[in-house]
Design a protein around this ligand. Structure first.
Ligand SMILES: Nc1ncnc2c1ncn2[C@@H]1O[C@H](COP(=O)(O)OP(=O)(O)OP(=O)(O)O)[C@@H](O)[C@H]1O
Length: 754
């Protein structure tokens, strides 16, 4: 709330900001109604001409992109202002806006600076020691379109002017954000990005950037804001190639799903590792052991060996009847054909054509020798055209194809992996038993195997590709012409940069000629992210992986294939590793792909968990690893967490009491308990959301420790901590922003016991 008290005297500073914000919204409303009108217009039927349809597509893409961005930022458009030491100021907001210059020259002057623009950077980094040319930084708090508070920090310590809104400690806005009741959906942090976070968000590093930090250090927030920043900074490339954000499970992706739209960005694909194989929904669940076996790097070799077994040899011969002759394909002949085919080092399905050729040649030679040999001198009486005719006739014999199908079958990834999981080979008996499949459902760990299989098999689509390529080059030439027209007529002012080749969302920026040509197909109006979701071989412009410590080596192989440029941001915390399948160190993850060419950064301040709770959580880890250092909590609340014993029969009742006690007036509470207790607890805690993907926006949510990963709540009640492993317990204890209780019947783990 406003920190200035002026009695009945209107606060001039507030009034001035309100006037400015009103002007911004007038501008936005005008832009919006123009954009709405033109989307409508652009959607009007346009006849059947290719050119008309293409122009309509450009218009719809361009205008609806602008509209979506304007809608997304409504209500929190502008949140800051910087006053420069040499006069002048800039307002900072979620998007940049320009308006007509008052001098009527037709110039368009920036009135709101996008938070990602270089001009806005001092807003996040300037300090009294390093003012970066600033005199003052102002945080503007709004409720809807109304300005409700201002917080000013003087950065020029010699300046005597006061506004009446001074924030002496400089952290009032941050602390208010941290103490706000949670909604069950992660919010953006664009108003209060801290300097160490800003450096990561804007890191110019183009390769792999690893961001490590303990619970609540803002790793997820930073990763998402980095995505938004990169989309701004490299809009042309990234809008075309899309950004992929990988999170541990669909519930987590739902939790973070609103952050980027609130920053005006929608061209991003969010997916969990189980969603990365188009056409497959991984609804099954593996045991941790099975996921670990399936995730091992050796599985790549195992699958290759499994596939090699499918390139069979006759046992002992295959007899083919042809033209009253019987041709015998024996193991020796087929081995030669197989070795020659393998030498080409092509994926299995692509290599099949070679194998067919070798087998046909073998049979042709056999037959030619049999029917064409001169009985007197042993020479062959057949000429080339006879040989060709024999070959053609053999190629028309279905028995030949039955043999080829047996010896070198065409396979889909699904077939190969399903057969392997039904009867696993090339593994120890113990590992085979662990992964043998009992249901038909695919699991997230299977997805990496399917992807590996798809690589090994390849797709024999050369004929289709050649035809598509011919057609496409004609369209590209045509689309290039249309784009040139679009570039010449770029107009609108969704921009705060002065140079003209920056961030305007023009058709020329978001779509290049090739993509435009593809889009020309009447029913393909998909965005890059949508196209990427449907294409296993899509190469993303950038990949962000959250909870990166959980991914298995096989999952890394899949992700690295999706990002040939290795432009990636990986965030994680090895101390929170839950999955057996997870890789132990960044080195182990990255060495096979980028050797040591990756950067490591660390976040050390915990913005979520108050110091009192963090002390307890750290004690649990220290009991196992004495030197363990948790991140430093940015605030203390004075509220101590409590630990209570309950009788075995009273556990559910004690949980219900704990919930009543910890229930925040506003906000969310989570009960984190072993899954086998969920039914009993749900009976006592009315209205709690539960299940595989519980609705996190409900007041009370019942989770197991794995589901709690990455989430946060105002209050948390941890039940039966003795049943959790150390890292799961560490995760569970660090989810609360305000209050924590623990209820147990059994022994307490070391660190929690008094
Ligand atoms: N600069 C900031 N301003 C306001 N809130 C912040 C800031 N940085 C982080 N937060 C908040 O702190 C909380 C924790 O952030 P986040 O979930 O990104 O942490 P994390 O490192 O991913 O945690 P974990 O590893 O425990 O999942 C979130 O509510 C986030 O909005």
């Amino acid at each position: 709330m406003s920190n200035a008290s002026h009695g009945d005297v209107p606060d001039q500073e507030l009034l001035a900001e309100q006037k400015f914000i009103d002007r911004l919204y007038e501008h936005v409303d005008a832009l919006r109604s123009r954009a709405e009108g033109s989307v409508q217009e652009a959607l009007e039927p346009v006849g059947t001409g290719a050119q008309a349809r293409l122009e309509r597509d450009i218009n719809v893409a361009e205008r609806s992109g602008l509209l979506a961005a304007l809608n997304a930022v409504d209500g929190s458009l502008c949140f800051g202002r910087i006053d420069l030491a040499d006069g002048g100021d800039h307002h900072i907001g979620r998007i940049g806006l320009r308006e007509d210059h008052p001098d009527g020259t037709g110039e368009r002057a920036p009135i709101l600076v996008d938070w990602r623009a270089p001009v806005a950077r001092p807003f996040y980094l300037a300090t009294g020691h390093t003012p970066m040319g600033l005199r003052r930084r102002r945080h503007i708090t709004t409720h809807g379109r109304e300005v409700t508070a201002l917080h000013d920090e003087l950065l020029d310590l010699t300046d005597r002017e006061r506004t009446g809104h001074e924030d002496r400690t400089g952290d009032a806005v941050l602390l208010a954000a941290l103490n706000t009741a949670r909604t069950g959906r992660m919010g953006d942090i664009v108003r209060t990005i801290q300097a160490d976070q800003d450096r990561i968000i804007r890191a110019p590093h183009r390769g792999v950037l690893v961001v490590e930090g303990g619970p609540g250090t803002g790793k997820t927030a930073v990763a998402l804001h980095r995505a938004a920043y990169l989309l701004y900074e490299h809009r042309e490339l990234l809008a075309r190639r899309a950004v992929l954000i990988v999170g541990p499970n669909p519930a987590f992706l739902g939790y973070i799903g609103e952050v980027l739209p609130s920053l005006g960005e929608t061209g991003v694909l969010l997916a969990s590792p189980g969603e990365l194989y188009p056409g497959v929904r991984a609804t099954g669940r593996d045991t941790p052991r099975a996921a670990a076996v399936k995730g091992r790097a050796e599985m790549a070799d195992v699958l290759a060996a499994v596939l090699a077994d499918r390139q069979a040899l006759p046992d002992p011969v295959i007899a083919i009847e042809h033209d009253r002759e019987v041709l015998m394909l024996d193991a020796g002949l087929v081995r030669v054909a197989r070795d020659r085919t393998r030498e080409a080092r092509l994926p299995h399905n692509v290599a099949r054509e070679h194998f067919e050729g070798h087998i046909l040649n073998t049979l042709t030679d056999m037959l030619a020798e049999r029917i064409g040999t001169d009985p007197y001198d042993g020479s062959n009486l057949l000429d080339d055209s006879d040989i060709t005719q024999i070959r053609d006739e053999l190629a028309a014999n279905p028995e030949v194809w039955t043999a080829v199908d047996h010896l070198w079958p065409r396979l889909t990834p699904q077939r190969l992996v399903a057969d392997f999981l039904a009867e696993p080979t090339h593994l120890s008996d113990e590992d085979a038993a662990v992964i043998r499949r009992t249901t038909r459902a695919w699991t997230p760990a299977d997805v990496a195997l399917l992807d590996e299989a798809a690589e090994l098999l390849g797709e024999d689509d050369r004929a289709a590709r050649a035809a598509a390529e011919r057609e496409r080059s004609e369209k590209v030439a045509y689309a290039q012409g249309v784009l040139e027209v679009s570039y010449a007529s770029r107009t609108y002012e969704f921009d705060d940069k002065h140079d003209d080749d920056s961030e305007v969302l023009g058709a020329h920026d978001i779509i290049d000629a090739e993509r435009m040509a593809e889009r020309q197909d009447e029913d393909d109006h998909r965005s890059a992210a949508q196209r990427a979701a449907a294409d296993r071989t899509w190469a993303f412009g950038h990949i962000i992986v959250d909870e990166a410590q959980e991914l298995s080596p096989m999952a890394w192989r899949l992700l690295m294939r999706r990002c040939p440029t290795r432009s990636m941001t990986l965030v994680g915390d090895p101390a929170q590793t839950a999955e057996e399948a997870g890789v132990g160190s960044w080195d182990a993850i990255l060495a096979p792909y980028v050797a040591d060419r990756w950067e490591h950064t660390r976040l050390a301040v915990n913005y979520r968990t108050p110091a009192e709770i963090m002390d307890l959580a750290a004690a649990v880890v220290r009991a196992e690893r004495p030197g363990f250092e948790p991140p430093r909590s940015v605030r203390a609340t004075g509220v101590r967490p409590w630990v209570r014993a309950a009788g075995a029969q009273q556990l559910a009742a004690a949980v219900a009491d704990g919930v009543a006690e910890l229930m925040p007036r506003e906000g969310r509470l989570a009960v984190i308990a072993p899954r086998e207790l969920h039914t009993a607890i749900a009976e006592r805690v009315a209205g709690a959301a539960a299940g595989q993907e519980p609705d996190l926006t409900r007041a009370v949510v019942l989770l197991d420790p794995r589901q709690a990963k990455g989430l946060e709540f105002d209050s948390v009640l941890v039940v039966e901590p003795g049943a959790f492993g150390t890292s799961d317990l560490y995760v569970a204890l660090t989810r609360a922003t305000q209050a924590l209780g623990v209820v147990h019947t059994g022994d307490l783990p070391a660190g929690l016991a008094p």
